[in-house]
Design a protein around this ligand. Structure first.
Ligand SMILES: [Zn+2]
Length: 475
């Protein structure tokens, strides 16, 4: 860290003045003359991770139900990336990538369940902000983003007690009130859309459910029962998922209103994304973690930059969602840094086709809960190749013709030529090591045949176990 040069923000008065200058200078229609100027120099940054939200279930992405009116309103003055692909299928690796700009396998956390903390060798986004003089606060649902795995590194305050946004929102807003006179970086995370899909009466009513029905769908997709439900039950489950998104959206509405009330809207960059989506038997499975179909890796990705986004701008370019988070945020506010991961700033400004291919990766014990073991995918504008590495088998899809990935292309299709590129990418991922990268639980067998449950060997703090249990990860 010592060799790195950071742009320090010394006085908030200066920050506000710079923000006003950038308001005037960074309008999209004047981008040519300000190509290299930060989009919002010295501004505050909020990263919202709405866990388990697939892009196609938000109304801003064209979903048939109005699941997200508050996010839709937020997106009216934002860049909406329509083709953002997460780098993994579950919480820890995707968030690890969001916070470090590194791929999950580089961090050693692609495999479910988590057995490794984030290596200290990897610089965390919050560390860079803190070093630059920002106040840093994380308000999270814990579980696989808890401090246990190293996610608190660089944060002045990091909560993991809640589960859903509402459990942390008052504390997050109080923290904003306390820190609004200096630049800040906030990470706001909630498991609202995660099983068991909690909602309130009004949410269920809006999604067409009986408001008197239970507040959550306990028991769905349990370890014992992952059978495909009847069409009626499946339709009901989707409504429960949608109601949980609606409930989370209400909380985000409260948060956006607080930003307005505290007069922070005009100097705060807000990025909203998710770590992965959710399966509802599109490919024979429920939940997430194990597969890399679009219902799991196509995530929302919306960026609002004060002054720059005065209207909604939609970008259809293919982008990696998770690994681009840190560099993009730091570049938007003009902090000098050496974080890895590509920046989306040029995409924000309107450059097209920046990414020819996007990679995703996940791994879990083969045969367990339908898993096909270590799985990697390469996505391009029109095609996708998924490799099941232990099986040695591949599936390719024509995304332009078949976005639902329902017809596997014949073995002689040129899409299978992407195998070489996918293998080369995987081979390039040298795993980081470091004094603090010890395994949390003992490893058994080789890297591709690890245990599936914690109870057998790993030691986790009791509170974290409770939290993971509530999310359906532990029995
Ligand atoms: Zn997650």
């Amino acid at each position: 860290m010592a060799n790195r040069r950071f742009t320090r923000i010394h006085a908030y008065a200066l920050t506000s003045a710079l923000a006003l200058v950038s308001l005037a200078a960074c309008a999209p229609d004047r981008q040519a003359e300000t190509k290299d100027a930060p989009l919002c120099e010295g501004c505050n940054v909020v990263l919202v991770s709405f866990d388990t939200v697939r892009a196609d279930h938000l109304s801003v992405y064209g979903y048939e139900r109005t699941t997200s009116p508050n996010i839709d309103a937020f997106a009216k003055k934002a860049v909406v990336f329509e083709n953002a692909i997460s780098q993994s299928a579950w919480t820890l690796p995707s968030h690890g990538s969001m916070m470090t700009g590194l791929y999950p396998e580089r961090l050693g956390v692609a495999h479910y369940p988590a057995v490794r903390k984030l290596p200290t060798e990897a610089t965390m986004l919050a560390e860079v902000f803190r070093e630059a003089g920002y106040a840093t606060g994380g308000f999270t649902g814990g579980g696989f983003v808890s401090s246990h795995w190293g996610f608190d590194r660089g944060f002045d305050v990091y909560t993991t007690d809640g589960r859903r946004f509402e459990h942390n929102l008052d504390e997050a807003v109080s923290w904003l009130e306390l820190n609004k006179e200096r630049p800040f970086f906030m990470f706001l995370h909630g498991y609202n859309a995660h099983r068991p899909y909690y909602s309130r009466r009004a949410d269920r009513e809006e999604m067409g459910l009986d408001p008197e029905s239970p507040s959550s769908k306990k028991g769905f997709c349990s370890r014992e029962n992952r059978e495909r439900p009847s069409p009626e039950k499946l339709s009901d489950l989707l409504k429960y998922y949608d109601a949980s998104i609606r409930h989370g959206d209400r909380q985000l509405g409260r948060f956006f209103r607080a930003l307005r009330r505290l007069d922070l809207e005009n100097n705060t960059v807000v990025m909203l994304t998710s770590d992965h989506g959710e399966e509802f038997f599109e490919h024979g499975n429920c939940d997430h973690v194990r597969f890399l179909y679009n219902e799991v890796i196509h995530v929302p990705f919306i960026v609002r930059v004060p002054g720059f986004t005065r209207r909604q701008i939609r970008r259809s370019d293919l982008i990696p969602a998770s690994v681009t988070v840190p560099t993009t945020l730091l570049d938007i506010v003009g902090l000098d840094h050496t974080m890895p991961g590509a920046s989306l700033v040029e995409s924000l400004r309107g450059a097209r086709h920046q990414f020819r291919a996007v990679y995703s990766h996940t791994s879990s014990a083969p045969g367990r809960l339908g898993s096909r073991g270590e799985t990697a995918a390469i996505v391009t504008d029109s095609e996708k190749l998924i490799s099941y590495l232990q099986e040695g088998s591949d599936e390719a899809y024509d995304l332009a013709e078949d976005p639902g990935e329902t017809r596997v292309l014949a073995e002689n299709h040129p899409a299978y030529d992407k195998r070489a590129s996918l293998r080369a990418w995987l081979a390039s991922l040298t795993r980081l090591s470091g004094p603090d990268s010890k395994f949390v639980g003992k490893q058994r067998g080789n890297r591709r045949d690890r245990m599936e449950t914690y109870e057998e060997e790993a030691e986790l703090p009791e509170k974290l176990k409770e939290n993971l249990r509530s999310l359906g990860y532990l029995e």
